[in-house]
Design a protein around this ligand. Structure first.
Ligand SMILES: [Zn+2]
Length: 259
């Protein structure tokens, strides 16, 4: 019985570590803390997790070169509360500054930046799965811009998670990645967590977001599907690239990385 309990603890610690990086450690400390405080384990965990999320980890991560992105800034915000709650919105100070500058530059066009997965708070080389490259604070996924049926620009997005609703239909695959055997290529379609808004892809504003990023000297690469690269008018821009078949499709979000 004890062994099964230990095994379940271990699985839970691994899951927390995979999804939040620091959650596993928070769980381990909770075991000691709940004994010390004589609190129920579940209450202790929730309280201590929130204290870590809001008060302890942000300044600690700063010491190690990562900063949390704004949560309540209207011009640069997460797709939903889970990104900051799961510690998935940490970047280098340079990327944070670059995103803030970009978001300010876009105000005049009435465009706001919505971010998705960035990086975890600590340690270069620790990937934020399922994105293998989001492991050094220099990468972030950004939502496309959309408009309503009436053609009005909106902050709303078609997927709850921000991933998996493609501009072209499910079966499209540039360079035939799926036929070449890269089964994971279309995988984000299972990661929408639900489709909530019926919106149209906004070519104009999405192109403005990308060109604002390109104007920042820090920008190294931007990944989008080749057909979108042409459609948005970036055919002659070397920094806007196809991510390759080993990654996933990039016609549901923009991947941005800095030098
Ligand atoms: Zn990415």
């Amino acid at each position: 019985m004890k062994l099964i309990k230990l095994f379940l603890h271990l699985i839970w610690i691994i899951l927390l570590t995979l999804f939040t990086q620091v959650g596993g450690v928070i769980w381990i400390v909770t075991q000691l803390l709940s004994k010390f405080l004589k609190w129920k384990k579940s209450y202790t965990f929730i309280t201590f997790y929130l204290v870590c999320n809001l008060l302890i980890i942000p300044p600690l991560a700063k010491q190690f070169g990562r900063e949390q992105l704004p949560i309540f800034n209207a011009n640069l915000k997460p797709r939903n509360a889970f990104y900051p709650l799961l510690f998935r919105n940490y970047v280098t100070p340079e990327l944070k500054k670059m995103l803030l500058n970009s978001s300010e530059a876009l105000i005049k066009d009435n465009i706001r930046i919505t971010y998705l997965d960035a990086n975890f708070p600590f340690y270069n080389g620790f990937p934020l799965l399922p994105h293998r490259s989001h492991n050094d604070g220099k990468k972030i996924d950004i939502s496309f811009s959309y408009k309503t049926k009436n053609g009005k620009i909106t902050d709303k997005k078609p997927a709850v998670s921000g991933y998996g609703i493609y501009v072209q239909d499910d079966n499209y695959s540039s360079n035939n990645c799926v036929e070449k055997g890269y089964w994971q290529y279309n995988f984000p379609k299972y990661l929408t967590l639900g489709k909530i808004n019926n919106l149209q892809f906004d070519t104009n504003s999405t192109a403005k977001i990308i060109s604002t990023f390109l104007k920042q000297t820090e920008t190294e690469k931007i990944f989008i599907e080749p057909y979108l690269k042409n459609k948005l008018g970036f055919s002659n821009y070397g920094k806007v690239r196809f991510q390759g078949c080993k990654a996933v499709r990039h016609d549901d979000h923009i991947h941005l990385q800095i030098k």
